[in-house]
Design a protein around this ligand. Structure first.
Ligand code: HEC
Length: 154
């Protein structure tokens, strides 16, 4: 499988999220569609956690350095995002729409837009400009929603 590295990273993240929830970690060697779905959902929950943490920092006018760190971590996740949706992983508990696979170019573009938006957020936070960071944060949140409108079932 070509995405072994991404899978390993995904499994590590899913494992951390599941460990945090006190659940068993899915076996790495098995790698069925169910594991792929569970992994990406755990990763996405972590992404929501990052956004919430960033919002708290911005609301409380905290130091922006951790915002840059979280944005960088999110960027790494979304760089491998399309690979987390291999053909056949539209099963079980997935809310991914068929368009993820049938309109692949659009899905990949939406992922690339997310990486770009997170890059802006990271750069703004690293520059220490709170206003620019808040603007970039809103744009990043909007970029999550833009993909969900087309590719995630309600
Ligand atoms: C390129 C498309 C895309 C982008 C960008 C995207 N998502 Fe999603 N998201 C999806 C899809 C597709 C699903 C459904 C996945 C599934 O159920 O298999 C989903 C599901 C989710 C879920 C539900 C996970 C669960 O446990 O069911 C959360 C939470 C989430 N996304 C958060 C985010 C956040 C936060 C961002 C922005 C930082 C984001 N997403 C950006 C496509 C995207």
């Amino acid at each position: 499988m070509r995405m072994t590295g991404a899978r390993l990273a995904g499994v590590a993240m899913a494992a951390m999220a599941l460990a945090a929830m006190g659940q068993a970690v899915p076996a790495l060697a098995q790698g069925g569609a169910g594991d792929v779905v569970a992994e990406r959902k755990a990763g996405l929950k972590q992404m929501s956690g990052h956004l919430e943490a960033i919002k708290e920092i911005l609301d409380s006018r905290g130091a922006l350095e951790p915002v840059a760190g979280r944005a960088a971590e999110m960027q790494r996740f979304f760089e491998t995002f399309p690979a987390r949706f291999p053909p056949g992983s539209d099963t079980g508990e997935s809310r991914a729409r068929p368009a993820v696979w049938s309109e692949r170019a659009g899905f990949e573009q939406a992922s690339a837009n997310m990486v770009a938006a997170l890059g802006k957020l990271r750069a703004a936070a690293a520059s220490g400009d709170a206003g620019a960071t808040s603007t970039a944060f809103r744009e990043a949140g909007g970029t999550c929603g833009a993909c969900h409108r087309n590719y995630r079932a309600r």
